[in-house]
Design a protein around this ligand. Structure first.
Ligand code: SF4
Ligand code: SF4
Length: 68
């Protein structure tokens, strides 16, 4: 899937918060660092980006609500 959060593993401190907050299991811990798993189930909630204390996650999308 193209629109997955981008992860900078250089900044990651291994706290695991993103793993816990993501309801789509898009993150897994590998040793002391986290990795983004290829998934089609990202809900684009941006909670992972918001909770990361190291600024290691960035979501390359924004939700736009269109009025009709
Ligand atoms: S929340 Fe940030 S610092 Fe913590 S494991 Fe996830 S990417 Fe790493
Ligand atoms: S945007 Fe939401 S659903 Fe997608 S990876 Fe982050 S926490 Fe998980």
């Amino acid at each position: 899937m193209d629109l997955m959060p981008a992860l900078d593993r250089e900044k990651c401190n291994g706290c695991g918060l993103c793993v816990r907050v993501c309801h789509c299991n898009a993150f897994v811990m590998i040793g002391n660092l986290v990795a983004v798993v290829e998934t089609d189930f990202c809900g684009w909630c941006t909670h992972c980006e918001a909770i990361c204390p190291m600024g290691a996650i960035s979501c390359p999308f924004e939700i736009v609500i269109e009025e009709r």
